[in-house]
Design a protein around this ligand. Structure first.
Ligand code: ATP
Length: 200
């Protein structure tokens, strides 16, 4: 059976932390493909100043261009309305019914998942895989995991891996402060940021 994962995020910008968990997921879950899914108009970040979707998409595209097992989708950025994860999963699982679908995400999303639309359906449509992240105790994560599993009558996979302490927020902050960020992301992403003067 073909195994594919959707990796949703704002990717503003994509960085080595994202690539790190994608490679870990590929290896640990024995996946055939990871589809990076930059969000169009993320409901939970409506009030924030987010870089144009097309540019975030281009940065992801260039970051993964040499990796056969990684792909990027423009499905969410081309939707007119808000992009909800359950709709994306409905779309892809309907397109490829024989594929086993996963959704990979950081633990910050697990902590917030009850605010997502149709949580139960999300867990029904895929195997939901959560990576740990700095700032969250394992106890609180496991507590949340168990409570959601009970509520939705479904299992969540938690992967406890060595962490890379990188976030897009910090990268944007560093750029504003004139600090170097080239060690935190692929060279081609850094090039786009510099050429377009993003995050200044
Ligand atoms: P921001 O700082 O703007 O919130 P971010 O760095 O968290 O951005 P997103 O695009 O929101 O990046 O992340 C997409 C997914 O990747 C989220 O589920 C997030 O938890 C996860 N993620 C991002 N960076 C890391 C990291 N360093 N380690 C583990 N997971 C990460």
């Amino acid at each position: 059976m073909i195994k594919k994962a959707i990796f949703g995020g704002t990717f503003d910008p994509i960085h080595n932390g994202h690539l790190h968990i994608a490679y870990e997921a590929l290896y640990k879950l024995n996946l055939d493909k990871i589809i990076f899914m930059p969000s169009g108009n993320p409901p939970h970040k409506l009030n924030k100043n987010i870089t144009e979707a097309f540019l975030r998409y281009e940065m992801v595209k260039t970051a993964i261009r040499n990796e056969d097992n990684f792909d990027v989708s423009d499905y969410e950025i081309n939707r007119d309305n808000l992009s909800y994860t359950y709709q994306t999963l409905e779309h892809f699982t309907n397109l490829e019914k024989e594929t086993k679908w996963y959704f990979i995400t950081g633990v910050d999303c697990l902590m917030d998942i009850e605010n997502w639309k149709n949580t139960e359906e999300i867990l029904n449509l895929c195997t939901f895989v959560v990576f740990n992240r700095t700032g969250y105790s394992i106890e609180s994560v496991l507590k949340k995991k168990i409570s959601i599993e009970k509520k939705c009558n479904n299992k969540i996979v938690f992967l406890d891996i060595p962490l890379l302490e990188i976030s897009s927020t910090n990268i944007r902050k560093h750029i504003k402060e004139g600090r170097k960020v080239s060690h935190l992301m692929p060279e081609s992403v850094c090039y786009i940021i510099e050429q377009l003067g993003l995050y200044k």
